[in-house]
Design a protein around this ligand. Structure first.
Ligand code: NMX
Ligand code: MLT
Length: 439
């Protein structure tokens, strides 16, 4: 299989680089840790290694060195599509090179072969109470797929460490192939009471399959959005909570299903991926309260009321970014090109104009700019996916691409179990007492 061959060919050189760093430069200092960082969620501490993507605070994400506009331009497209094949993005993340159309289609074909979801997963999903949050269902289904983990089976058969990555890649391909089917099933089951198993069509790509299985009316338009959505949500370097959870759990040699379920559980928090549902809920609250798009002044007051009630404004602020998130910009451009007169889009643009100034006035958030979640729901809503508690599942389908690519490479590099050191409050106080007093 193409991904296997391409990764395998690169491995000796990569392993040599890691070995040289670990052996010859092991004592080089790349960062120091302050008390503020220990207490403050380890923000900005440079302590993770990934080559899959990187985030510059002033620029945003690069996937294997490429910005979002570069990715959208350079990755191959399917017939009749303006947005790239998701299979091409997975190839880029795993291999580190822009694939040809043929190579991207090979990944797509690999997914089509692996998209059948075992019966017990459907049975388990059906057995859950109807009111269950879709992220609970999605995480449970991911765990339930783990029965078939190649990694776990081979590990217990005595698999050698230098081929862990091969089993990790097998599981990652199986998992990423099945996720859109499971997500679409959850959607149709939860909101429409349907129990028909979605069928993956090998003639269609990942994006078109998802649009068809979701049953939206404008399948062609929604397929384009899905391609964009899954690509831009795939990765955001390794320190974000969903990526880090995947890496941490994977480092124990738990299989990709356990690890990705943990990743989804992190994504389900309102400060992380769930902010996309919260953000649309907030926009709809504004819309409902004012009977449409409000005046700028009304919106300003509403934003302040949110802050004064002790809540955050979802979709704004970021742990790393200090500029408008390029993932926000790309989605806004997509929407403006396709449905410039949409009322919710007009509202999202007004929020973009008002909320950053409110956050700046409040003076707490280090970045008042919008992140990826401030607009993604508006696009889903336009295409008829209006059940906004489903939105984080969509984020999860996309995020699987990046975190599994990282998981495969972490096994290829033989990365050890993660185990940072903790300190007590007294230990920190003792460190503080030893430090020279600030002038
Ligand atoms: N609304 C209100 N207050 C905010 C916001 C916001 N959008 N963003 C940051 N703050 C507050 C934050 O709660 C903190 O307050 P306190 O000192 O009382 O604890 C203060 O500003 C400083 O926070 P930062 O250092 O700027 O941000 P941090 O790195 O801690 O957190 C987020 C980053 C993204 C969690 C934060 O900006 C936030 O809560 N945003 C809203 C939720 C959101 O959009 N999350 C999605 C992020 C992207 N994603 O998909 O994961
Ligand atoms: C993400 O995509 O994971 C979010 O923007 C959060 C982050 O990077 O911290």
């Amino acid at each position: 299989m193409i991904l296997h061959e391409k990764v395998s060919a690169q491995l000796p050189a990569w392993r040599e680089r890691i070995k040289t760093l670990a052996k010859e430069h092991s004592a080089v200092v790349v960062d120091t840790v302050t008390i503020e960082e220990v207490i403050g969620g380890m923000r900005d501490i440079k302590a993770l290694l990934t080559d899959i993507s990187s985030v510059d605070p002033g620029e945003g994400i690069r996937f294997r060195g490429l910005t979002i506009p570069e990715v959208l331009k350079q990755l191959p497209k399917g017939r009749g599509a303006k947005l790239p094949l998701v299979g091409g993005l997975y190839y880029l993340l795993l291999v580190g090179e822009v694939p040809t159309q043929e190579q991207a289609l090979e990944v797509e074909a690999e997914w089509a072969k692996r998209a059948t979801v075992p019966d017990h997963v459907y049975k388990m999903l059906k057995a859950m109470p109807r009111e269950t949050h879709p992220m609970i269902l999605f995480s449970q289904a991911t765990l339930a797929l783990g029965n078939d983990s190649v990694f776990t089976k081979k590990y217990h058969e005595g698999m050698k460490k230098d081929v862990y990555w091969e089993a990790a890649l097998e599981d990652s391909l199986d998992l990423t192939a099945k996720l859109p089917v499971i997500a679409a099933y959850i959607y149709r089951m939860k909101y429409f009471g349907e129990s028909k198993k979605p069928k993956y069509n090998a003639k269609l790509d990942f994006g078109a399959n998802f649009a068809r299985m979701m049953g939206v009316s404008d399948k062609k338009g929604y397929a384009e959005l899905c391609r964009l959505y899954f690509i831009i949500h795939s990765d955001h370097e390794s320190g974000n909570a969903s990526a880090h959870a995947m890496h941490l759990v994977g480092s124990t040699l738990a299989n990709a299903y356990f690890s990705f379920s943990a990743s989804l559980d992190a994504l389900a928090g309102p400060l992380h991926g769930l902010a996309n549902q919260e953000s649309l809920a907030w926009l709809l609250d504004v819309y409902k309260k004012f009977g449409g798009v409000p005046t700028r002044d009304d919106l300003y007051k509403f934003a302040w009321d949110t802050l004064n009630s002790g809540k955050v404004i979802p979709g704004y602020g970021h742990g790393v970014l200090r500029v408008v998130d390029p993932r926000f910009v790309t989605q806004l451009e997509f929407a403006k090109k396709r449905f410039p007169d949409d009322e919710l889009l007009r509202l999202a643009e007004m929020v973009l104009d008002v909320v950053p100034s409110v956050l700046k006035e409040q003076g707490k958030a280090k970045s008042p700019a919008p992140n990826v979640d401030a607009i993604s729901g508006t696009l889903q809503y336009y295409y008829g996916v209006r059940e906004f508690d489903f939105y984080t599942v969509l984020f999860g389908v996309g995020r699987a691409l990046g975190v599994t690519a990282n998981y495969v490479w972490a096994r290829a590099f033989g990365m050890p179990i993660e185990r940072p050191k903790s300190l007590t409050t007294k230990m920190l106080e003792d460190e503080a007492a030893k430090a020279p007093k600030a002038a």
